[in-house]
Structure formats: C-alpha cells, structure tokens
Design a protein around this ligand. Structure first.
Ligand code: SAM
Length: 287
C-alpha cells in the first residue's frame, strides 16, 4: 500500500481530513493517502468511519474522539504527536470542526506548537452556498439554530438585519418548527433556499419567499426528510424604486394626521415594507 501513496503523512503532524457528505466519490486522493499513512485516525464515531475506511481499503487504526471526551483525550493525543506520531482527525461527514468535534484538539495543538495541516474537501455549507443562487460574496455561517423556539427566535432577531447571506444547518425533526419561527421573525417575503440531501440521489434546491417555502415544506413530508441547509437572503433596505407612487401617497397622507414614526409603521404594514426605511425616506422628503 505504502508504495502507492503519493502524499505520505509527516511525523508529529495533525491532519484535518474531510470525508464525503453523501456521495462516497467526494474524497480527494490526498485525503486517502493521509488516512492510509498516519499512525492513527481520531474519529467522531469509529464504527461509522470504519465503514468508509473499509470502502477505501484503508487499514489504519481508529481512536474515538467525540464531543464528550475531546477535552480529556486531547492531551493524550498531543503527547503522541509530540512523540513523533501522525494523526488524522475525521468526523462522521464533511469537514471536522464545522458543527463537529475537533476545536479543542486543534487549539491545544496550536498552543503546544504541534503542526496542524488542513486538507480541503466536502463541507455542506459551502456545497449549498455555491449552488443556491444567493449572494456568495459575503455570508455568515451560524451552525444549528437553538432547539427551543424562544432561543431560536432570539437568534433570528439577532441576524434579521444582516445584509449578507446567512446560513444554518437544520435537522429533519426541527425543520417545520424552525421555518415557522423564521416566518414569524423574518416575514413572508424574505427569500430562503432549502438545500437538501446534497450530493445524494434526492438532492433538492428550493428557492422561495419564506411564506411559500413554509407552505411547500409543510405540505410535502418528503421535503422534511434527510439532511438540510437553510440559506437566508440578506436584509434588503426598501429602495427608492420600491417607493411606488401608491406607497408615497399613503405615507404622505397618514403623515399629515399622525407622527411620521407612526405613519411609517402603518404604511410598512400595509405594503409589507420595512418601517425604518419608510421613516428614513419620510425624514428626507416630508419633514
Ligand atoms: N461537518 C459537516 C460539514 O462539513 O458540513 C457538518 C456536520 S453537522 C453535525 C450535520 C449537518 O450538516 C446536517 O444536519 C445538515 O444540516 C448538514 N449536512 C450535512 N450533510 C448534508 C447533506 N448531504 N445535505 C444537506 N445538508 C447536509
């Protein structure tokens, strides 16, 4: 086997190795070479990773490193690295550390002066973003939304006015509740993309205003299955083009009777626009 390895692992090095997120073909030759030549593979779930390794014909031993023992085992692994061994870190799927274990080990390696080498590869957030049709020049990845509705809505309020694409991981048993909370906080017009079952047989991208997406997902239980990423279009200020003559007439008429703040709020409600933008327009044009 060693003869075929083009990229052999170096001593005293921790390698971060991404694994496929569905399609087993999505692993690089370099990743396979590293997995084959390290002394040990630290895996989130050794049984799960075992299946991938046997598919790849890799016989390297595995070591369990998951959320519950990572802090405790990191020192032991660092000692092995300092004694000249090489270790590959993998998670169940995709890139370790991205909503997966590995942060404590990597940060402790850095603090101890141990070399850390990242290998590029599969990651659901990037896979979803690049084909979503949403702006990709700036984005923020927010991981999973909180499990409880109150925490979820608080988080959504925090990101509501972010101007860039905001991306969340979600699980099938929470998807409808999360979408309903999104609808409540972000409103029916916000464009959202649901990217489901990426790289797998039933890969689906659906881009709809939130009100329609919630209906579409709740009406079809198939859309609530599998693995999914939600990508939310950034907040858009109401532009002057959206200030149609009808909006301007309404705002102007109400502002004659009520304070501008109140007039902006009523007009925003009537036309599903943002009250702050209407208020700002009113200050510049009516006062
Ligand atoms: N480390 C992984 C990565 O690099 O993407 C993510 C691990 S996180 C525990 C699992 C979540 O990632 C899933 O709940 C889902 O939101 C997203 N995910 C993983 N694989 C996916 C796929 N094939 N299609 C859509 N989303 C996926």
């Amino acid at each position: 086997m060693t003869d075929n390895i083009l990229h052999p692992a170096e001593v005293s090095t921790l390698y971060i190795v991404p694994t496929p997120i569905g399609n087993l073909g999505d692993i690089t030759q370099r990743s396979i070479d590293i997995l084959s030549s390290v002394d040990v593979i630290a895996a989130e779930d050794t049984r799960h990773t075992g299946k991938l390794l046997s598919h790849l014909g890799v016989q390297t031993k595995t070591f369990a490193l998951h959320d519950h023992n990572e802090q405790q085992k990191a020192a032991y692994l660092i000692e092995r690295l300092q004694n000249g061994e090489s270790i590959a870190l993998v998670s169940d799927a995709g890139t370790p550390l991205i909503s997966d274990p590995g942060y404590h080990l990597v940060t402790q390696c850095r603090d101890a002066g141990v070399k850390v080498v990242p290998l590029p590869g599969a990651c659901a957030v990037i896979t979803a973003l690049c084909a979503s049709g949403l702006p990709s020049d700036r984005f923020s990845f927010e991981g999973f939304l909180p499990a409880k509705s109150k925490g979820r809505k608080d988080k959504l309020k925090d990101v509501e006015q972010m101007p860039h694409t905001t991306i969340f991981y979600e699980s099938p048993h929470r998807i409808t509740d999360s979408l309903k909370d999104m609808l409540e906080v972000l409103g029916p017009d916000r464009e959202v993309v649901m990217a489901r079952e990426l790289t797998k047989t039933f890969e689906t991208f659906k881009k709809l205003p939130l009100g329609e997406l919630v209906e579409w997902v709740t009406a079809d239980s198939n859309q609530q299955r599998g693995e999914m990423v939600l990508l939310v279009h950034g907040y858009r200020e109401t532009t002057t083009e959206e200030m149609s003559p009808e909006v301007i007439r309404t705002l102007t008429a109400i502002a004659k009777e009520l304070p501008l703040k109140k007039a902006a709020a009523i007009t925003a409600e009537l036309f599903s626009l943002k009250k702050n933008a209407l208020y700002k327009w009113g200050l510049e044009n009516l006062e």
